[in-house]
Design a protein around this ligand. Structure first.
Ligand SMILES: NC(=O)c1ccc[n+]([C@@H]2O[C@H](COP(=O)([O-])OP(=O)(O)OC[C@H]3O[C@@H](n4cnc5c(N)ncnc54)[C@H](O)[C@@H]3O)[C@@H](O)[C@H]2O)c1
Length: 342
């Protein structure tokens, strides 16, 4: 049994508590929240001790694996303390508030030999898992374009970050994962329309090293929740609905009768069959936390691990800077800068 605890039992933290409680090989040993009444009520419902101080909880309960689900501005401080107290960490996305903090967390975890997982939950969405499997089998051919739409109503509880920092890490991480390529150039426009202090509308463009283009449309303004990804390539287009976990393929009929893609491409693009692939549905958080516990138990490097999360945050920072500058910017990665200095 792996001993786990959850720090921060607000909206998302309560899901971590529920999923750990449902896992057969895991023992939830405590919950923590800065709001003692909330900690108590979640602790009582889960039959575990409740704390309002995470240091005290770790010293008394000695969990091996801890979920950090506090507001984003506190991720770095709390995750660093928890690592230094000797626990494996699963921190919600985004990994931290700045790329520098993210890098420190990654190095701390690597130095201490502890797992650092970040809540890039979409990697565990069964529709994405199936899409990645099909892309790896070269079913699409060369990828031309990836288009992510993450639109929805206003989340009143998020005050410490804007929509780009809150949601874009998901799409940037998935785009890197699916294309297997790094972003070299970014352009972005952000706007604040309803939120009192933070941007609530974002459109971003990214160019990958292999030439593919990514487009991100993200807001807190659309009165219905849309979570969609389209990947267009030589043989057609895949479309994922993250919410329903559905995967569709729109075939480019001009390529379906030739074994030689170059010839097929010259024929152009025309509408072909539409296929809905079967996807075995599963709660992504359950798959993510199972992967975290497997990392803890087997000391495996995690999927959606710290370094990928750090790169996603660096891309968020680059997009925010490009929007502030009103221009297209090249991306400079911390890891590249550091290795150039060595
Ligand atoms: N992966 C996902 O899809 C996903 C979805 C939702 C939220 N999140 C992330 O989860 C994090 C939390 O979001 P939320 O919506 O649950 O916020 P929330 O405000 O509902 O909950 C945060 C909780 O942390 C508590 N807290 C604050 N400081 C603390 C401290 N020092 N010690 C212990 N508890 C403390 C607060 O009292 C609150 O109950 C955010 O970083 C968010 O980005 C991720």
């Amino acid at each position: 049994m792996t001993r786990t605890a959850v720090i921060g039992v607000g909206s998302m933290g309560r899901n971590h508590v529920r999923v750990y409680s449902e896992m057969p090989d895991v023992e939830l040993v405590a919950v923590v929240d800065a709001d003692p009444a909330l900690a108590d009520s979640v602790g009582k419902a889960s039959h575990v001790p409740a704390y309002d101080d995470y240091r005290e909880m770790i010293e008394r309960e000695r969990p091996e694996a801890v979920s950090v689900v506090v507001p984003t501005s506190l991720h770095y401080r709390v995750a660093k303390d928890v690592l230094e107290l000797g626990c494996h960490v699963m921190v919600e996305k985004p990994i931290a508030s700045t790329a520098g903090e993210a890098y420190e967390l990654v190095r701390a975890a690597e130095g201490l030999g502890l797992a650092l997982m970040v809540g890039h939950i979409e990697r565990f969405n069964p529709a994405i898992v199936e899409l990645k499997r099909r892309l790896d089998q070269n079913e699409l051919g060369r990828i031309f374009q990836v288009h992510a739409r993450r639109l929805g109503p206003f989340p009143t509880r998020i005050q410490d970050v804007g929509v780009i920092m809150d949601l874009a890490p998901h799409d940037l991480d998935i785009m890197r994962y699916l294309t297997g390529s790094e972003v070299s150039r970014v352009h972005a426009e952000t706007k604040r329309i309803l939120h009192e202090t933070q941007d609530d509308m974002f459109v971003g463009l990214v160019r990958f090293d292999d030439g593919a283009l990514g487009m991100l449309e993200i807001n807190w303004l659309t009165p219905t929740k849309i979570r969609e990804l389209c990947v267009t390539g030589e043989r057609g287009m895949f479309r994922v609905n993250y919410i329903t976990q559905d995967l569709f393929f729109y075939e480019n009929a001009a390529t379906n009768d030739s074994g030689w893609p170059t010839i097929s491409l010259i024929r152009g693009v025309s509408e072909g069959m539409v296929i809905q692939y079967p996807v075995k549905k599963k709660e992504p958080l359950r798959a993510e936390l199972e992967s975290f516990i497997a990392c803890v138990r087997d000391r495996l490097p995690g999927v959606g691990n710290g370094r990928d999360a750090m790169v996603a945050l660096e891309l968020v920072a680059a997009l925010m800077q490009a929007s502030a500058d009103g221009q297209t910017n090249e991306v400079r990665y911390l890891a590249d800068v550091e290795s150039a200095l060595q």
